[in-house]
Every structure is written in C-alpha cells, then in structure tokens.
Design a protein around this ligand. Structure first.
Ligand SMILES: [Fe+2]
Ligand SMILES: [Fe+2]
Length: 274
C-alpha cells in the first residue's frame, strides 16, 4: 500500500498546488491513501467547509488540523458532520469533532489516522503520548487496522522524535507538522515506523512560515503590529512524505520526502517510479 502525507496547506497558493498536483500524483504513483494537514488553508488561519471539500475533491482522504483548527468559527460546527476532518485528539473532552478515525483506503485497507498536538511552546492540552496510545491500542496494527498514520502537530523536534520512538513498531508512520519547514531526517525507524520530524508546508517558501514577509519582519524589528499576517501568494511548493507499506505487517518498507514546485529543490520518492 502507498500512503502520502502533505504538510500544512497555507492559503490560496497552497490550496492551488494541492488541487493542481494531487490528482496527477494519485494516478502517477498509484496512491492508496492521502492525508493532508489543512490547519492554515483558509487565509493562513483555520479551514472552511468549502475549502475542506476542495481538498477532498483534489484527492485527500482525510484532512488533519492543529493549533489553528478552530480559527474559522464555522469549523466548530461543520467538523461534527465531516468525519474525514480530524482535530488534535488531546483537546479537552467535549471539544467538537474527533481526533482519530478509521478510513477505507483505495486498496480496501483500513487506515487509522490520528492527529495530536505537542505541549512544548503550544497550547496546554492533554498528554499527547497517552492520548495517541489509547487510539493505537484500541485499533492496533493488523488487529483493528491495516495501517496507522499519526500527524503529530508540534513545535519541538525533541517531542516529535520521542513520539516517533514511542510508536515505533506500533504505527506505520509518525510525521510532524506545524513548523512549516521540512526536515531532512525522513527514515524508517528500527521497528518499522516511517518518521519525519516535519513534513514542511504546501505554501510559498519565499515567506516567513508561508506568510508575507513584511509584517513578521516588522514585528521582529519594532515589536509593534502594523498590519495583519497575510499568506504569501507566490508559487507554492507541495511538501510531504511518501510511505511504502508492507501489507503483511502494516509497517513501512521505505519512505521518502516529496517536494514539488515553488522555490525549494524538488525531490521525489524514486522508489515509486517504475
Ligand atoms: Fe501550520
Ligand atoms: Fe500549527
């Protein structure tokens, strides 16, 4: 089975690169399942139902979120009728929506997707390790699921690496999001879990975290807000992680970063090219 994960979609240019490229990628690489982080897809802040549906239309099976999950207030309502939209699982009890779900892949496999948020330099949520472990144990690999993908939305690389090893051998893939810059540490961990500290963003890298450079720079220099943060709308790079899954074990055989378009040096999962 072939999985693709795409990092935080930022603004219109990020949505555009997903809509332009994902249908072709699904076909070219014969992808069975695609997860996209959409927490910044609506003008950099949150997600609307129309945008969520556009991402599904482009070929996402599931859309995950993060600290910007509910920046667009309508998400508090529509997340309840959209089971393919996940917010971090360690939000307080009673938060709208769900943090995990079991979904059918194109090849018929059952894929458990979990979204969790780190605690370091992030809002104070529940323990992400125990929250993710509960979901994994309730639907373990080759017992309740054929593959398990965890989007760990966190600032600190240490916390993300710890989550990778915590779930090694128990999850197919642990991929980090939130920092919007892809790390160069993608690999299969010793137990068979594909891991990357951060998938990067689908957005314009000629920017500060996908936002137009001017206002972030102004705030660092003067400490006085002069305007709003607006997404930078130059050509976007599609950034993500590809995973080749062993159907017998549900663990990763190979993994590789995918970067396409925009200003970053392109890279493609060569093991998928026949
Ligand atoms: Fe983000
Ligand atoms: Fe974030």
């Amino acid at each position: 089975m072939r999985l693709l994960f795409l990092g935080d979609v930022v603004g219109r240019t990020g949505r555009q690169v997903v809509v332009d490229q994902l249908p072709r990628l699904r076909q070219r690489y014969k992808l069975d399942f695609v997860v996209v982080n959409g927490e910044n897809s609506a003008g950099g802040f949150g997600i609307t139902e129309a945008i969520f549906e556009d991402l599904l239309g482009a070929g996402a099976d599931v859309v995950t979120l993060g600290n910007h999950a509910f920046d667009q207030k309508e998400a508090l309502v529509f997340i309840e009728r959209q089971p393919r939209l996940l917010r971090p699982v360690n939000y307080p009890a009673g938060t709208p929506g769900k943090g995990a779900g079991l979904f059918k892949a194109k090849n018929g496999a059952d894929v458990l997707v979990i979204n969790a948020m780190g605690l370091i330099f992030m809002p104070e949520l529940g323990d992400p390790f125990r929250a993710v472990e509960r979901e994994v144990e309730a639907c373990a690999l080759k017992k309740g699921s054929d593959a398990i993908l965890v989007d760990f939305h966190a600032e600190a690389t240490s916390e993300k690496q710890a989550m990778g090893y915590f779930l090694d051998r128990r999850a197919t893939c642990v991929v980090g999001t939130h920092t919007h810059s892809p790390t160069a540490d993608e690999r299969v961990l010793p137990g068979g879990t594909a891991y990357m500290s951060d998938a990067g963003m689908c957005g314009d890298y000629e920017s500060v975290l996908g936002m137009d450079k001017e206002e972030p720079l102004n705030r660092f220099l003067t400490k006085i807000p002069r305007g709003r943060f607006e997404p930078s709308n130059g050509p976007a790079t599609l950034s993500g992680l590809a995973v080749d899954v062993d159907d017998e074990t549900g663990l990763a055989r190979r993994t590789a970063a995918l970067r396409l378009g925009g200003v970053l040096t392109p890279t493609e999962p060569l093991f998928w090219v026949e």
